[in-house]
Design a protein around this ligand. Structure first.
Ligand code: 6GU
Length: 225
């Protein structure tokens, strides 16, 4: 899978892809992430990519020409399955959307800034919009990193224990059960007996019960018994 990230701050977003699971997935050739600096597509000598908004009001708007030129160049190089704009007024991101996106071949993530992008970019080029939550970030970069991370880890082979991504919180509509590692007794705080029992059936039953209990208590909005 190829993810092209259009940004005016590439330095804000490169490091999440240079570590751990995501780095290894990229090294294995299972994912490719490119950072495209929108300023390279500026049409003026000052390399500006924003301008005042028509109608007045505070805040700059990202101009159509650099964005259109950038997206059109990328589209001339390969077909894209989705051109995604990260924006707080988009539909809320969730695991189901991550699953869907992880099956695609080429996608663009466009990071917005200032007041947003000229509405004509949205109507002409954008195929999907994503918000990562009901709060406002200073730019789309951190949201793009979150979306890309959540997608890449789902690509088969990226997580070495291939089954583990399927048992994540949310993947089955439930939060994950509690987990423990050594020591079995920390200053009198003991690991639940059942996990030490070696009885796999009993352990699975306990995990399932805890997952249901947690979801019901913490996220009643998600809970479907
Ligand atoms: Cl995708 N962008 C920005 N700037 N703020 C956000 C967001 C995205 N999602 C939630 N808040």
């Amino acid at each position: 899978m190829r993810i092209d990230i259009i940004t005016i701050h590439p330095e804000l977003i490169t490091s999440p892809f240079a570590h751990s699971i995501i780095k290894r997935g990229i090294a294995k050739g299972l994912a490719e992430v490119n950072f495209i600096n929108l300023r390279d597509f500026s049409t003026n000598k000052h390399k500006t990519v924003d301008d005042y908004q028509y109608g007045g009001g505070a805040g700059m708007v990202m101009m159509i020409e650099p964005l259109a030129n950038c997206i059109e160049q990328l589209k001339s190089e390969r077909p894209y399955d989705e051109i995604i704009y990260l924006t707080p007024d988009g539909p809320l991101y969730n695991q189901q959307t991550a699953n869907t996106l992880s099956t695609l071949k080429n996608i663009i993530l466009l990071c917005g800034h200032y007041k947003g992008i000229d509405e004509r970019v949205r109507s002409l080029f954008i195929t999907r919009e994503i918000s990562i939550g009901d709060y406002v970030l200073s730019g789309g970069e951190l949201a793009a990193a979150i979306v890309a991370d959540s997608i890449i880890r789902l690509i088969p082979g990226v997580i070495s224990d291939e089954t583990s991504a399927l048992f994540d919180s949310f993947q089955d509509g439930l939060l994950a059960p509690p987990v423990y590692t050594r020591p079995a007794d920390y200053k009198g705080h003991k690991v639940p007996e059942v996990l030490l029992s070696g009885d796999f059936e009993k352990i699975e039953k306990w995990r399932s019960e805890k997952a249901h209990e947690r979801t019901q208590q913490r996220r009643p909005d998600l809970y479907q018994p």
